[in-house]
Ligand binder design. Structure first.
Ligand code: GLU
Length: 453
């Protein structure tokens, strides 16, 4: 799979431990936008080295959600199918003297850290395991201790030019040698991720800024393995700022309500979600876009700022409404049918400017096609009766208004508002012309007379 070309290859690497939410969708989207902008390949990698029960369903859920959003991948694979390869990579690191066994229990590590704190030292693993003799190791193992394996950092500074954050450098002397393999032999995410990035020929690692510190160790593992595996070059990194809510608070508590499942159930359109996620935290205005292609054309890492991106539900609702205002009937027909909405295309065109989500159409359906009494103020009673008499069978709204103007002394709001209220029970809503013809003359007359119809 190693790629020797410079064709862009990116990956979105979710762990199937929960539902896909706005935070990880933003990462997926950035990867897709960059891949499409550069004519590259988007890979969906399932980081399931910690396979737990239910992860197959969660994985399917992630895939369904990405597909629903239109974020299609060209290749996909699961890390859980590749343990043999990770074992080989681990062996290579061991042979290089870069992966060493450590026998410290978590209590011992805790004690070390407390001691360091007392001495005013940073809580960095002191590498005592490197001092162990073979006999000491054997004694630990005889005791039943299984080693975990740590990667030996260089102690040098690791630098890279981040496509979002600019020049970055991590002093590896300021971090603990990371554990790559746990005592029970399972892998933490670090080694499989780096190995797969190399093997998949990943050219750009695009992910949230919570991974910046990991990058120091990961780059050293890249360099170690690449010296061994040959061919590839280190990928470029882009760490995007995290999402916060509109007041700057953490989103983590709301991730369930901000899952794709929930947003889909709440009636949001994929392009509303994608438009918002593509634009917040960038120098572009937050505006609705109707196709992924438009977002691709406008995408650039240079536009992404360093400040957290604010996710505002109201803004999402606003974008959704704007998208629906332009959505043709064919695109929503099935959903309207499922809502049991009557009136076909004419109905959709009449009401689409007045809804935030497609489900709101049901409300207008009830207003137009189910028996209801409108609102008629005492002062307007005679006027509405006159309107009922004058209403032609063609239900021509502007004709009715013209005739009423001639027959009464009313004009402007005093003329049409009583009619709107009598006919729809509301004082705002879609244009009356189409509503009136959808409602039909009989129902309209009855409502104007104050009847339930
Ligand atoms: N599975 C990791 C995560 O979900 C992937 C991080 C990365 O993109 O390297 O955080």
């Amino acid at each position: 799979m190693t790629s020797s070309t410079t064709q862009t290859r990116v990956r979105f690497a979710p762990s199937p431990t929960g539902k896909l939410h706005v935070g990880n969708v933003r990462t997926a989207l950035m990867n897709v936008l960059h891949a499409r902008k550069s004519g590259g390949t988007f890979i969906l990698r399932i980081d399931d080295t910690d396979t737990t029960r239910g992860s197959a369903e969660l994985e399917q859920g992630l895939k369904d959600d990405l597909s629903w959003l239109g974020l299609h991948w060209q290749e996909t694979f699961n890390q859980s199918d590749r343990f043999k390869l990770y074992d080989e990579a681990a062996e290579k690191l061991k042979d290089m003297g870069l992966l060493y066994p450590a026998y410290d229990t978590s209590e011992e590590l805790d004690r070390q850290r407390k001691l360091q704190a007392v001495k005013g030292k940073p809580p960095i693993y002191d590498r005592r395991a490197l001092e162990l003799t073979d006999a000491q190791k054997a004694a630990y193992e005889a005791e039943g201790r299984q080693p975990h394996w740590r990667f030996k950092l260089s102690g040098q500074s690791v630098s890279w030019t981040d496509m979002v954050r600019g020049e970055q450098s991590i002093e590896t002397s300021s971090i603990s040698d990371p554990v790559l393999i746990r005592g029970d032999g399972t892998y933490l995410y670090t080694l499989p991720s780096v190995f797969d990035d190399i093997e998949s020929g990943i050219t750009h690692v695009i992910r949230g800024e919570d991974h910046v510190t990991n990058s120091g160790a990961q780059i050293e593992i890249f360099r170690a393995l690449q010296g061994d595996m040959g061919g590839g070059t280190e990928p470029r990194f882009a760490h995007t700022p995290l999402l916060v809510d509109k007041d700057g608070g953490k989103l983590s508590k709301r991730l369930d309500s901000l899952s794709m499942r929930q947003l889909r159930e709440d009636g949001y359109e994929p392009m509303a979600i994608l438009s918002l996620l593509a634009k917040i935290g960038t120098s572009d205005p937050v505006e609705e876009r109707f196709t992924l292609k438009q977002l691709v054309e406008e995408f650039s890492f240079d536009k992404i700022g360093r400040a957290p991106a604010r996710f505002d539900d109201d803004e999402l609702r606003g974008l959704n409404a704007k998208i629906l205002h332009e959505t043709p009937y064919a695109q929503v027909k099935d959903r309207l049918d499922a809502l049991g909405v009557a009136g076909g295309e004419a109905f959709w065109l009449a009401i689409r400017d007045n809804i935030d989500v497609v489900d709101d159409a049901a409300g207008w359906n009830t207003i137009l096609f189910a028996p209801m009494a409108g609102l008629i103020d005492a002062d307007d009673k005679t006027f509405c009766d006159t309107a009922a008499e004058l209403l032609s069978d063609e239900t021509d709204w502007s004709g009715l208004i013209k005739t009423l103007k001639a027959h009464t002394d009313r004009k402007g709001k005093g003329l049409f508002m009583p009619l709107r209220k009598a006919l729809t029970g509301r004082n705002h809503g879609p244009e009356m012309g189409p509503l009136l013809s959808l409602m039909g003359p009989e129902r309209a007359r009855a409502r104007l007379r104050g009847e339930t119809a």
